[in-house]
Design a protein around this ligand. Structure first.
Ligand code: NAD
Length: 375
């Protein structure tokens, strides 16, 4: 497939910038999908891609996804993304030199793209980028940034669960609701605390047993193995570990009423959305419910204010409630409703330009993180 075909498959407009820097070994691409709502925002992902097309496909797909996430969150931002393509067969590049070169690359775009942390990057990397360009969000608190976004992501997921419980189950609080959390890392651990405080009964699993034990001690959660968590009979399944968890291989094991969690790319394919709908399982679209981290870093753009970031994150309740109401009214999968709401948000501000494409917004069956925090 030609490069332009890859771009066209992922949106009616898409621009991609590439950079190569011999001194640092940097090979990077930045995709800007949409700037109608404001400067494009999206993380910088470091990955050992198999080939150039794979890197290009990833960066444009993720840029488009960021447009959706920012628009649904009501942020004054469009969607963009960066990938840094590393070669595992070569000695690892000097991190600081690499991220300085990346920062210079970001700077050449004059603020049309704002970078931040993603899988494969760390807060230290982002601090280096920040020292080179101001077009960077999510630096550490010491560098004047907003720090770890995970508590905000978890807060938004808790609000999303409250909205689902209200609209789908007719409940006014979460008291006694049984939630099964897959992965109690940064997001899952904070979510477990939020839900414990709200009176939920918790079942958790983590590939790291010591981590699961720590969270269970704090929240009274029951621990099951990583292989069992998807099949736990519960009100809500909250995937907070991997992408692609709802797939042909797992969907028959689900025994939950709703799926609402922090992980990116939870559905392995668009068909899964329809299948869940047919089975009466409500699915809260991941990019709508897990936007709290993005809302938090985006707050930096006009001067960071933790209180305002929190207030805006609480509004995820309204977004999820609206998706749920429309879904129940029209019996349409929530993921489709969310895409329509993205289109509506974009049409309100700019030149008509279709957002929908034949591809689902998120479609990666691969784990959506390695090291670093995707927002
Ligand atoms: P993390 O690495 O801190 O936590 C993930 C946890 O999942 C780890 O403890 C890991 O041991 C566990 N895990 C891995 N595979 C598992 C399996 N098969 N079963 C059970 N547990 C498993 O990552 P995180 O920052 O908490 O992010 C989690 C997910 O949320 C990712 O998909 C990420 O892209 C997404 N996300 C995170 C943020 C954020 O603010 N951190 C924002 C938006 C989306």
């Amino acid at each position: 497939m030609s490069h332009f075909e890859i771009l066209a498959r992922n949106g009616s407009t898409m621009e991609v910038h590439s950079a190569h820097d011999s001194e640092s070994g940097l090979r990077a691409m930045i995709a800007i999908h949409d700037t109608r709502l404001g400067p494009a925002v999206g993380g910088a992902r470091v990955r050992a891609y198999g080939c150039e097309d794979e890197a290009l496909e990833d960066v444009v797909r993720l840029a488009r996804a960021m447009t959706a996430k920012a628009a649904l969150a009501g942020l004054p931002h469009g969607g963009g993304k960066a990938v840094i393509w590393v070669d595992p067969s070569r000695p690892p590049p000097d991190r600081e030199t690499l991220f300085r070169a990346f920062g210079r690359f970001v700077d050449t775009l004059n603020g049309r793209y704002l970078t931040c942390e993603d899988s494969g990057t760390s807060p230290t990397d982002i601090d280096v980028v920040r020292s080179v360009t101001r077009h960077c969000l999510g630096a550490s608190k010491e560098m004047g940034g907003s720090g770890d976004p995970s508590p905000f992501t978890a807060l938004g997921v808790r609000r999303g669960i409250e909205a689902c419980a209200h609209v789908v189950m007719g409940r006014d609080d979460l008291q006694g609701l049984h939630v099964a959390i897959q992965g109690v890392g940064n997001v899952g651990m904070h979510l477990a605390r939020e839900l414990f405080d709200a009176g939920c009964r918790l079942t958790i699993a983590d590939a790291d047993e010591a981590r699961a034990l720590r969270v269970a001690r704090e929240t009274g959660a029951e621990i099951v193995s990583a292989g069992e968590i998807l099949g736990v009979e519960c009100d809500v399944l909250a995937p907070c570990a991997l992408g692609g968890v709802i797939s042909d291989a797992t969907v028959d094991r689900l025994r939950c009423r709703m799926i609402a969690g922090g992980a990116n790319n939870q559905l392995a394919s668009k068909e899964m959305g329809q299948l869940l709908q047919d089975r009466g399982v409500f699915y809260a679209p991941d990019y709508a419910i897990n936007a709290g981290g993005l809302i938090n870093v985006a707050q930096e753009w006009k001067g960071y204010d933790a209180h305002e970031a929190r207030q805006k994150t609480l509004l995820i309740y309204n977004t999820i409630a609206e998706i749920a109401r429309r879904s129940l009214r029209t019996w349409t999968p929530p993921a489709e409703i969310a895409e329509r709401m993205v289109e509506e948000a974009l049409l309100r501000v700019g030149v008509p330009q279709p957002f929908a494409s034949s591809l689902p917004i998120f479609s990666s069956p691969t784990p959506s993180f390695s090291r670093g925090t995707a927002v």
